[in-house]
Design a protein around this ligand. Structure first.
Ligand code: UD1
Ligand code: MG
Length: 456
């Protein structure tokens, strides 16, 4: 039995964003706006209904990984206003008794602690309707909270419907409401669209509840930033800044050294261990995890990757969808493309590009190299200027190099290719055939030499 029914409104296009992508799918701190909103429900025992419309398949795809939650969808095919959007969930409301929490899908700065406290307050005060509000110095664009002489909420007036006096009110509607299901049902059956925008406003429920003598409360958030709604790119940029600051503060509290918080950009789902040091101009993105004592020098980007303990990432390095093992050094100017795994105590040095390549424990690729679709065995050394020629113009091919191999500078390894343990290539070799363990090759194309230096 769930305690709560939560409805998230996310059907609108977000015309003011001037984008092909709908508003709630835009990201803030590396995560879709709607996902931030949904995360505030973490910890509440709630059935969740997302009201979707524009780009509905994309919204559903974005939320796919939240499948452990009780997520449900209803479709609003025409966006006739926030009240009309809630009405699409009428069947769910019909079958629910108790409070219904309504959130707008465009408010990503809400904290889950705030939502929890808000719902608690609604329940404890036996209200029929609680509206979350905030005080804004610049309330432009938001619905204004109109109160009577007894400081009781009597209506919410949208900016477009407001007279000059009402526009001066600084207390605004956040869009977060908790409403008793019977009152909500009654309102949805009686609402109209008699206003400047010709829309069915959810906010009209206040006057409706006043007429019915219902118990109405407001809950004012202390940190008004929490209820910034994203309608424009400007608001998106503001939210981005606020959220990033919060994220940085969280990591500082957890024991991460961040040399310059103003030039460090960390997405909301990144995890960082203690005693990590992050130099300026770094971007840590997506679901990246960085274990303790790692150092990230300036101007790097790490996206959706796992970096283990005591790694040093030197400046100007990019790492995407890859893994770097403990004690390894990467960079400067290294590029780890998706699917690369560098194991423990390795060196991947300057101007090295790896793609879908595994560098096994203790191996070194110190400088100037391209390795694609390859495996480099334990303790093997790849000389400067080595190219793994993995592409024949039509297909990509694999190269597998064994343990303790020495690849001389400027070798070209033409895939598909296998090089056995302890083999060697002389500088400038072009290797077109597999090399057996222990053999040495040289020349163009490379030929095998025995230990007596005779050509085989
Ligand atoms: C709304 C409130 C306003 C409040 C502000 C807070 C109303 C009438 N106004 O204004 O009082 O101060 O939010 O941010 O409620 N949506 C639908 N279907 C629709 C219309 C909207 O799903 O038919 C969704 C949108 O996708 C969005 C949310 O509802 O996520 C809010 O709509 P929006 O157009 O942003 O309302 P605001 O003008 O910001
Ligand atoms: Mg809005």
């Amino acid at each position: 039995m769930v305690d709560l029914l939560s409805i998230i409104l996310a059907a609108g296009k977000g015309t003011r964003m001037k984008s092909d992508k709908i508003k709630v799918l835009h990201s803030v701190a590396g995560k879709a706006i709607i996902k931030h909103v949904l995360n505030t429900l973490d910890g509440l025992n709630s059935k969740i209904i997302n009201v979707i419309g524009h780009q509905k398949e994309k919204v559903q795809a974005e939320l796919e990984d939240l499948d452990k939650w009780d997520l449900n969808y209803v479709i609003q095919s025409e966006q006739l206003g926030t009240g009309h959007a809630v009405k699409q969930a009428a069947d769910y409301i019909e079958n629910h008794s108790g409070p219904v929490l309504i959130l707008y899908g465009d408010t990503p700065l809400l904290r889950k602690e705030t939502i929890l406290e808000f719902v608690k307050k609604h329940k404890n005060s036996n209200s029929d309707l609680t509206v979350m509000t905030a005080i804004f110095n610049d309330p432009a664009g938001y619905g204004r909270i109109v109160k009577n002489d007894q400081d009781q909420l009597i209506s919410i007036v949208e900016e477009k419907d407001a007279d000059q006096k009402t526009k001066k009110i600084k207390e605004i509607n956040s869009g977060v409401n908790c409403i008793d299901s019977r009152l909500l049902k009654d309102f949805l059956n009686n609402m109209d669209n008699d206003n400047a925008q010709g829309e069915f406003y959810l906010t009209d429920i206040i006057e409706f509840a006043v007429k019915k003598n219902k118990k109405i409360n407001t809950y004012t958030v202390q940190d008004s930033d929490e209820i910034i709604g994203i309608n424009t790119r400007k608001q998106q940029a503001e939210a981005e800044k606020i959220l990033r600051k919060r994220i940085i503060e969280k990591h500082l509290t957890n024991g991460v050294t961040i040399i310059d918080p103003d030039t460090t950009f960390i997405d909301s789902e990144v995890e960082i261990g203690s005693d990590v040091t992050i130099y300026p101009f770094n971007y840590l993105e997506g679901k990246t995890k960085i274990a303790k004592k790692t150092v990230i020098n300036q101007n790097c980007k790490v996206k959706d990757s796992v970096i283990e303990e005591n790694v040093e990432i030197l400046s100007n390095t990019i790492i995407k969808e890859s893994k770097v093992g403990a004690g390894t050094n990467v960079g400067p100017f290294a590029y780890l493309r998706p699917g690369s795994i560098v194991e423990e105590n390795c060196k991947v040095g300057d101007f090295v590009e790896l793609k879908k390549t595994t560098v096994k424990t203790g191996a070194k690729v110190p400088h100037l190299c391209y390795a694609g679709d390859a495996e480099i065995g334990e303790r093997t050394n790849i000389g400067a200027g080595t190219i793994f020629a993995n592409y024949d113009g039509n297909n990509k091919h694999q190269t597998k190099i064994g343990k303790d191999v020495f690849i001389g500078s400027d070798s070209i390894l033409i895939a598909p290719l296998k090089i056995g343990d302890n083999a060697k290539t002389a500088a400038g070799s072009v290797v077109t055939k597999d090399i057996n363990s222990g053999d040495t090759v040289m020349g163009v194309p490379a030929r095998v030499y025995t230990s007596e230096k005779q050509e085989k």
